[in-house]
Design a protein around this ligand. Structure first.
Ligand SMILES: Cc1c2[nH]c(c1CCC(=O)O)Cc1[nH]c(c(CCC(=O)O)c1C)Cc1[nH]c(c(CCC(=O)O)c1C)Cc1[nH]c(c(CCC(=O)O)c1C)C2
Length: 386
């Protein structure tokens, strides 16, 4: 395992200033999330929802009418406004997540990324063979390329007024590599997966290169005020368990260790990190993810296809879990939502250990805002521990 001396501290304007920045923030009033992420069986589960700022909210769509997606990400006042929208609307949310996107990392590496209304992300010049790697920026200065995100975080901490903690995030290297090689979303992952078979060595080099930018980006987010972190490996489930262990997990472990080690070097107390490896549900994979000391991940996000009691058996008690309501439960109507929240909360309580309630994937655009509110209310009610 790497030691702190191997990591270069990124060039960030807040490296020496983080204590001052931190002291300027109002005190945190709701620390349920942070306690659950430390392994506490909290009085009820903290709840937040992936993509809680987004297309199901009319106030989000209103802002999007006059600003492009990346303009929203890159303008700190807008990113902060969008992050606060769900917090203002739903007092029952226990966390906020900064408004941005995982694809800002390929942008920082020099790739063009467009967000097309009906298609999602499009990267017009994907990396098809190792010779294309020379097109990527060699030394990425995250402060220069992504400083807007750090600014948005500091602004948002002030806007939150201590109501709930703020989560920072990045995409995992494999998921980012998939977008970079495919040029957008994919059903078959033809290009990115063929890299793993044809060019295993170059794939690992690319994954490490992406991981370095991700780690620097996460350090910058923490120094700017993020109180917890999440790494999104949305396409982990496309890999065989072997490929997950060989290609996807090592750069994720590199990220968490690099982040924790740099923060320690800077005298920062550190933050908990969650890994959401969607679909990486083989029992052997859960075993690999079971010890935070080894992986650097304190919490694992689960998708909705697994049962928390079973996962707890595979991972043991050292790691906290987050999840894992089926996102389509939000189309289930009031009664359907309540029944499912009651049922799954019982499974979670039976599983034991730290539980952060969430959906097993992002909230979808057609959800009615009032159904999201009802879902949160039900989690508050049924996740209470006796
Ligand atoms: C609101 C939003 C986001 N990204 C996209 C949108 C909708 C686009 C729009 O308004 O036009 C496009 C946007 N961005 C992406 C996609 C493709 C994947 C998809 O369709 O969900 C789209 C349409 C890529 C992306 N982006 C993200 C992931 C990982 C999580 C996941 O698996 O959904 C991925 C894969 C992360 C992400 N993306 C976003 C956040 C911050 C806000 C929050 O969570 O409340 C986060 C954490 C924000």
């Amino acid at each position: 395992m790497s030691t702190s001396s191997e990591y270069t501290i990124p060039n960030l304007i807040n490296v020496d200033k983080w204590r001052e920045i931190e002291q300027s923030f109002p005190p945190l009033k709701n620390d349920l999330l942070l306690r659950a992420a430390r392994g506490e069986e909290t009085e009820r589960a903290p709840v937040w929802v992936m993509r809680q700022a987004g297309r199901y909210l009319p106030e989000f769509l209103e802002v999007r009418k006059s600003h492009s997606f990346f303009e929203c990400c890159q303008t700190p006042s807008i990113a902060s406004q969008l992050t606060l929208q769900p917090i203002d609307r739903y007092p029952r949310l226990d966390a906020s997540i900064i408004f941005c996107d995982i694809l800002v990392v390929p942008q920082a590496l020099g790739m063009e990324v467009l967000m097309e209304p009906s298609k999602g992300p499009v990267l017009p010049a994907p990396i098809r063979t190792p010779s294309d790697l020379s097109r990527l920026n060699q030394d990425v200065d995250v402060q220069k390329e992504l400083g807007y995100l750090f600014e948005a975080i500091t602004l948002t901490r002030k806007g939150l007024g201590g109501r709930v903690p703020l989560i920072g995030f990045c995409g995992a290297p494999w998921t980012l590599m998939a977008y970079m090689c495919e040029g957008g979303g994919s059903k078959t992952f033809e290009s990115s997966k063929s890299w793993l078979y044809k060019y295993p060595k170059e794939s690992k080099e690319l994954l490490r290169k992406v991981a370095d930018v991700c780690a620097d980006l996460l350090v910058g987010q923490v120094l700017a005020g993020a109180q917890m972190l999440q790494v999104f490996d949305s396409w982990a489930g496309e890999l065989t368990p072997y490929q997950y262990a060989e290609f996807a997990l090592p750069p994720c472990i590199y990220i968490s260790h690099k982040v924790k080690s740099i923060l320690k070097q800077l005298g920062h107390p550190g933050v908990a990190i969650t890994l959401f490896a969607k679909g990486a549900n083989a029992p052997s994979t859960f075993k690999l993810l079971s010890d935070p000391k080894v992986t650097g991940y304190d919490t694992l996000g689960l998708d909705w296809t697994v049962d928390p009691v079973e996962v707890r058996e595979y991972v043991g008690r050292k790691v906290n879990l987050q999840g894992n309501f089926d996102p389509t439960v939000l189309y289930g109507g009031k009664e359907g939502i309540e029944k499912e929240v009651e049922r799954l909360s019982e499974r979670w309580k039976a599983a034991g250990g730290g539980w952060i309630a969430n959906l097993g994937h992002g909230i979808t655009p057609n959800v009615k805002p009032e159904d999201m509110g009802w879902f949160l209310e039900c989690v508050h009610k049924y996740s209470k521990r006796a």
